[in-house]
Design a protein around this ligand. Structure first.
Ligand code: SF4
Length: 443
């Protein structure tokens, strides 16, 4: 959270000596506020002022990194439309150390395969949580090693038993797993292990008051790489806790709760579990640990996540270049649409379903749909004519017929005049493309 120049100025020595390279302390403060300087340039800043500025300028929710590129926290708003959410909820599927090694490998490979391509995005499950349920530290360490050897995904090592974490964590520390749980009875030993291996650790307590106490005691150990678990496993309580933690961190800047939060699902039936996890993705889990491990269940959850963590001010777009669908040839039809991903992929899916190899040229409309782009003057005949020319499609087909969306039939005459292509008005909705394309090819 950035400080204003005046807030920074209050903490400066006010000598106006110019040794920092700016003539006055106020000018230096303004430069710092604009991100154009370093506090160390002033040799007279007191330690107290340095701490105050560092603390006040820290993000309301600390960024915690672990595993293979997983980033938790570092959010600045309560509602995505206020700005955006930055770091999508990390989704981890759990495995138990009670499985034998063969079953464990099969399960890990199944989780590795939970990846999807949709509307030009590639996304998947981010990690695997290895649960210590065997009661045997040696078995836990072995299971963690087997999982680590068979996946590139981020790891969470989860046990209430310090000995199990001590047995398992050092061998996989290079993969920077998240550790858990540090709780009231064991937090000193677990935080010490996390600190020694430079790993983030989950602080788990039963309720927000107990969590507050635990965070303050753990921070006093000189470590701050924490993820919080408020303990509840009932959906209503978990949602209330997640909401309170986010509100206190963002609105009140309450530092003990300025850490990312992990949620655990309680439902066993996969449909119910995904519905529960969807609530936590929406508000406000930084990470979720769940049991469901089949594509049909994970895809809706990950799609919801992709929607929520898309910057609302930057629509998802595709490259506004010529795309081909199927084994195109000089007879292939040429469609134009917009570069808004949902529009483009709706068209592409229907063109593919028509089984007629075709070209699609998405026009750069800043990621807006056909009617929005037309209303905003971004889907004009001149622009489409230029795109046709610059795409080189004329060199790939032996005709000059272009199909435009039915919603902008009104531009057909002018587009024909500007481009020299014969304009064919297509269906209004992409759902009409299959029958349209077949009637075109038959007739
Ligand atoms: Fe002020 Fe420090 Fe710069 Fe001197 S060096 S002008 S005291 S900010």
């Amino acid at each position: 959270m950035g400080l204003t120049g005046l807030e920074i100025y209050k903490q400066l020595p006010k000598k106006n000596c110019g040794e920092c390279g700016t003539p006055t302390c106020l000018a230096f403060a303004m430069a710092l506020a604009a991100g154009k300087g370093a506090l160390d340039s002033c040799p007279y800043v007191s330690d107290a002022a340095r701490d105050a500025l560092a603390s006040a300028s820290a993000p309301p929710i600390k960024s915690i990194k672990f595993g293979n590129g997983s980033v938790l926290g570092d959010e600045t708003v309560l509602f995505r439309h206020d700005k955006t959410f930055y770091h999508p909820t990390t989704v981890l599927v759990q495995v138990s150390d009670t499985l034998n090694d063969t079953d464990l490998v099969a399960k890990v490979e199944q989780i590795n395969d939970l990846e999807f391509d949709r509307v030009g995005l590639h996304y998947g499950v981010d990690g695997i949580a290895v649960l210590e349920e065997s009661g045997d530290p040696t078995r836990f360490a072995q299971a963690v090693k087997v999982v680590a050897d068979h996946t590139e995904k981020s790891l969470l090592l989860l046990s209430d038993n310090v000995a199990a974490l001590q047995a398992a964590a050092p061998a996989v520390a290079a993969k920077k797993p998240l550790l858990g749980n540090a709780a009231e009875g064991n937090y000193e030993a677990v935080v010490a292990l996390a600190k020694e291996l430079a790993l983030p650790v989950i602080l788990k307590a039963n309720g927000l008051d107990a969590l507050n106490d635990l965070v303050e005691k753990a921070q006093a150990l000189g470590y701050k790489e924490f993820v919080l678990d408020p303990g509840s496993r009932k959906p209503v309580e978990t949602l209330a806790n997640l909401t309170q933690l986010r509100r206190l961190a963002i609105k009140k800047k309450y530092r003990p709760f300025g850490y990312p939060v992990v949620a655990f699902t309680s439902k066993n039936e996969p449909m119910d579990e995904i519905a529960e996890a969807s609530i936590y993705v929406t508000k406000y889990a930084s990470a979720i640990v769940l049991k469901a491990d089949e594509k049909g269940f994970l895809l809706p959850l990950l799609t919801l996540r992709a929607n929520i963590y898309t910057d609302p001010q930057k629509p998802i777009q595709v490259e506004p270049t010529l795309h081909s669908v199927g084994d195109v040839n000089p007879e292939s039809p040429v469609y134009v649409t917009t570069n808004f991903s949902l529009t483009y992929y709706s068209v592409e899916g229907e063109v593919e379903a028509s089984k007629i190899p075709s070209y699609i040229l998405p026009i750069d409309t800043d990621g807006t749909s056909v009617l929005t782009a037309y209303a905003a003057g971004k889907y004009e005949p001149e622009k489409i004519a230029d795109a046709l020319l610059n795409s080189g499609v004329a060199d790939k087909v032996g005709h000059k017929n272009v199909i435009i969306p039915g919603y902008v039939a009104v531009i057909s005459g002018k587009l024909q005049e500007k481009s020299g292509w014969k304009v064919i008005v297509g269906p209004r909705e992409s759902s009409g493309i299959v029958s349209f394309a077949r009637s075109l090819s038959n007739g």
